[in-house]
Design a protein around this ligand. Structure first.
Ligand SMILES: *Cc1c(COP(=O)(O)O)cnc(C)c1O
Length: 379
């Protein structure tokens, strides 16, 4: 089945009791048993819930995965992955990643005896320099947040495979519409469903997908034992959101391209970060592993003037100043003081995350209005 058909149909079957075409919101904590242990496969909603199962199947289908699990947030999904590890284990992570991921690694799991190496993955052969017998997980985002770097998933998978280490990919920015990391050799794909999969800025949720039976069993056990599940109402909203994922993504990509090109030709703009530019350092890898370049665009000002970038963001009328991304409405964000405030300034500057950097999540509005908004705000 092709992507758009899967987006509309996967995971959703007419409800067996009424024929309802939409999977109902099974807002129930428990299920009645005929006799102790004699039930219909549903005992308690932390472990089994039909609305959640429908969504898990839908996301798995989109990622060409055998198994899917959904969580109370993207970070709860990352938390579940880290619980696969033991004290003494080591993780090699990209150094340009979502601020909350950096926070859970360094502020929580370091205290549980896990060691993290944050390294540049622009050239994945760098990973080899950090692999040792304790390495258990390689973790990467691509495109990265907010610098829009591209990491070669196939290359990273080859290294992970050679050393028998798990490869986890945060696929939030690309979505399965643009890239499916399991097909490129990753072991676990993670999503902040809050973003493009939900798509309407009304749900916080996370997801993991895997192919391995063994990994799925371990993660399902952690989900049941730790309990960070997504509730049925939220699962319903995301099932609805996913039905238009392909339509939304096409428009996000078109609008993202127009906005990136507009900014690049603007005299007050310094650098524009968007993987679709031919001179983007890993443009060829982006072209190879993604079907288009997405709706996220970051830029700096010619002079690294934080106050001026604040004034621009205050003047926006359509690009609402807010954390998050991937919804139908355009958003703007100042990573250095918002999403990435928890990353030390020296670390930020190492990756080019300057104080004037503005990150845009380009929505699905009419692009002419978006360009007019940029024009009046930047001046
Ligand atoms: C938002 C985000 C997360 C965290 O997800 P939550 O749903 O906010 O917990 C992780 N990775 C990326 C790339 C994100 O954008």
């Amino acid at each position: 089945m092709k992507f758009g058909t899967k987006a509309v149909h996967a995971g959703v079957k007419p409800d067996p009791s009424t024929g309802a075409i939409m999977t109902p919101v099974y807002q129930t904590s428990t299920y009645v048993q005929r006799s102790p242990g004699d039930h219909k496969g549903f005992e308690y909603s932390r472990t089994q819930n039909p609305t959640r199962f429908a969504l898990q199947d839908s996301i798995a289908a989109l990622e060409n995965a055998k198994h899917g699990l959904v969580y109370a947030s993207g970070l709860a999904a990352i938390d579940a992955i880290l619980k696969l590890l033991k004290p003494g284990d080591e993780v090699i992570s990209g150094n340009d990643l979502y601020g909350g991921t950096y926070r859970i690694f360094t502020k929580i799991f370091v205290d549980f005896g896990i060691k993290f190496h944050f390294i540049s993955m622009d050239d994945v052969s760098n990973i080899e320099n950090y692999v040792n017998d304790n390495t258990k997980l390689i973790w990467l985002e691509t495109p990265t947040n907010p610098m829009m770097n591209i990491v070669d998933i196939k290359g990273a998978a080859a290294i992970a495979n050679k050393h028998k280490v798990m490869l986890g990919v945060d696929n939030t920015f690309a979505t399965p519409f643009l890239q499916t990391p399991l097909d490129l050799g990753a072991d676990i794909v993670m999503h902040s469903v809050t973003k493009y999969l939900g798509g309407h800025s009304d749900v916080v949720m996370g997801a993991l997908v895997v192919n391995s039976e063994e990994l799925n069993d371990r993660l399902a056990f952690i989900q049941k034992a730790s309990g960070a599940i997504a509730g049925p109402q939220d699962c319903f909203l995301v099932l609805r959101g996913i039905k238009t994922l392909h339509l939304r993504m096409e428009r996000h990509c078109q609008n993202g391209r127009m906005v990136a090109q507009y900014l690049r030709n603007h005299p007050k703009i310094g650098k524009v970060y968007w993987p679709g530019f031919e001179d983007h350092p890993n443009h060829d890898i982006a072209k190879d592993q993604m079907s288009d370049f997405g709706g996220m665009v970051s830029f700096t000002l010619t002079e690294d003037d934080k106050e001026e970038s604040f004034r621009i963001m205050e003047r926006f009328k359509l690009f609402a100043l807010a954390e998050s991304l991937g919804g139908v409405e355009s958003l703007s964000n100042h990573p250095a003081s918002m999403t990435h405030a928890g990353v030390p300034k020296e670390e930020r500057e190492k990756i080019g995350l300057l104080d004037s950097l503005i990150r845009l999540s380009v929505g699905v509005e009419d692009v002419d209005n978006l360009l007019t908004d940029l024009e009046q705000a930047i001046g």
